[in-house]
Design a protein around this ligand. Sequence first.
Ligand SMILES: *Cc1c(COP(=O)(O)O)cnc(C)c1O
Length: 387
Amino acid sequence: MGRPDLIAGLASDTAPQASQDGPLPMIVGPARPDPRVLARMAEPARPLTDDAFIAEFAGCLRSLRLIAGAPQALACIVPGTGTIALESVAVSLLAPGRRVLVLSAGWWGDVWHDICVSCGFRADRLSLDIGADWDLGLLADTLAAGRHQAVLVTHVESSTGCRADIAAIAQVARSQEALCLVDGIAALGAERVALEQWEVDAYVASPQKALAAPAGLALTLLSDRAGELLAKRSWRAPSFSQDLARWLPVMQAMREGRFSYFQTPAGNLIAGLATALDLILGEGTGARAERHRRLRRRLHAGLAGLGIKPLVTSELISSNAITACWLPPNWTAASLVSALAEAGVLVQTGTHPAAGTATFRIGHLGNVSEADIDRTLDALGLVIGAA
Ligand SMILES: *Cc1c(COP(=O)(O)O)cnc(C)c1O
């Protein structure tokens, strides 16, 4: 894969690395791609009908299924963003007139609720307290009472760093004959994901988070049940360009080595994604999730030493990709972020709808190393010690 002259010197080293210019971005994406990913993106785009392009596209579909623990799933890779993928799942699978239940643990849960409302669906919302886990009994009762068509849930909520137990939530959804649709944008590439075992109907990802690939693609994995619904749906989706029923035949053709067109695929992004996904499979999805868990534990131990408290403290629901923290005394989020930037480390202000201004966020997803965690902790210690 790739032009040897562009990737010379890197080819023998398969462990994912991050490009290393400028301050250290400990943010919730875009993650720093490996230099081999950047090199592939700089290649002239191939003609879309070229066999080599189709093979690379099919390879991306396959890698995505493997990374999501769903070798048989229907994978879709289309131009867009994670948000576009969330909207496409809603407009493609939700039935007008039926109620849906959105589980919101913060900013992104609220966004998915807004998406449903904007698209005209009848969306109810259950909200989660910061630091708490979902009450499965309450979920079952709510679904039974509301006869919802689907449960929409965020795997890792980036505004709090809370991870939902998708296996358990999908089981409750199934017991109430509801679809389980998951925003996995901040999870895939950092957490253990086993969609087939969990029987999730739709799972959305975005390349620039823990997959450490270029932004600009909407990634979706669908179960057979979701595929059948798309094929048999009796209503018209309230979108043309984002209707997954129009995209699936294209994906199926590409998987079988034939070109098919609905909208122009993003050639250079596919090349970058192919390389990023190869690197993930080279590292091993289990090893990668374990690396992210180790990094989170190292960060949390260091934060405790500095007296800084994460919003989510229970191991069981702590994201391995993102840590949102309460601000140390006498700091605003903006002042802490700019002081850390001066010390060479980029973190982000909080985004939780209620607690955002009292929090800041550290992203530790993608090709982050232990040295990056230590550099972040050193900078934090220096900055708040000096205040
Ligand atoms: C980043 C993020 C999104 C939005 O992804 P985009 O690619 O920026 O549209 C949605 N949900 C979660 C949980 C995220 O972290």
